[in-house]
Design a protein around this ligand. Sequence first.
Ligand code: TRP
Length: 340
Amino acid sequence: MGKKRILSGMRPTGKLHLGHYTGALENWVARQDELDTGRKRVFETYFLIADYHSLTTSLETVDIFDCTIDMVTDWLAAGVDPEKSPIFRQSRVKQHTELFLIYAMLITASRLERNPTLKDQVRDLNMEAISYGHLGYPVLQAADILLYKGNIVPVGQDQLPHVEITREIARRFNKQYQHPVLGDVFEEPEPKITKFSRLAGLDGKMKMSKSLGNTIFLSDSPEEVQKKLRKAVTDTQKIRKNDPGRPEVCTVFSYHCKFSDQQRVEQIERDCRSGALGCVDCKKLCATAISEELAPILEKRSEYVARPDMVKEILLTGENRARMVAEETMSQVREAMKIG
Ligand code: TRP
């Protein structure tokens, strides 16, 4: 039995923030580096840049290359190891396009219209109408996953409907087409939700997000982190330093829970409730804890920033490796379908 494969991806959004880190990246790296008792890697990991998916919400492509490089630099800085995990742009592995077309025949338009993630997006972005390609977003995602025969797909909650559609497409394909030797060409992948998925924004909003301007970037210096934390929203009822506070409603406390050690967290909770600890000092402690976590990332980041060609090289290598795996799957598909 081969190793289980993990496949995940992001749209090329440019510089990443702490929410991406706690919600996805940290987990990607942990799975990539997980070893069994014989000190062998447990999983094969593949990380994809979903650049064609970006076209579903914006046709503007002038920044897409820079955004890709910025994002991949953050992946690498956070510990994605390109030797272990191929990193590749979807648009550079043409098999995605081919499998997408075939999958598009295996699902009904009405099934895609029922996708709740799409409905949310249409509402949030006030879209009047959506393109044919946007409706097909999960179909392209299914191709992303199944081309590499991904068994496990680490994603956020909002992506669960897409993994479900991927499972349906895998079943439908297997029912319709059998490979002369393999029988079923595809296995149904399992989604895996990261435990610490959501990080609140600095403004106290539910989610850290670039468009809301409430983020701490992985590339922020300790000074920037201090400055941003100073403006962070805390318990709005704690007005003076010695007012007792409510950690359970405080954004800064939620960051402490993630970035400070257990003992410190307990102490802060006590001192906040009693009024012994004011928000200004609490924020300083928090900024320091975050910067300590970010320090190795910043250091690694600077190595890649100094050598931009290296990031491009990593993509080209990753794309060559990805293409070989994708082509193997496609030849099975063509054989099973007797077409192509
Ligand atoms: N749709 C995912 C997102 O917006 C990105 C993505 C594209 C993806 N293809 C994928 C995630 C395949 C996991 C697997 O977050």
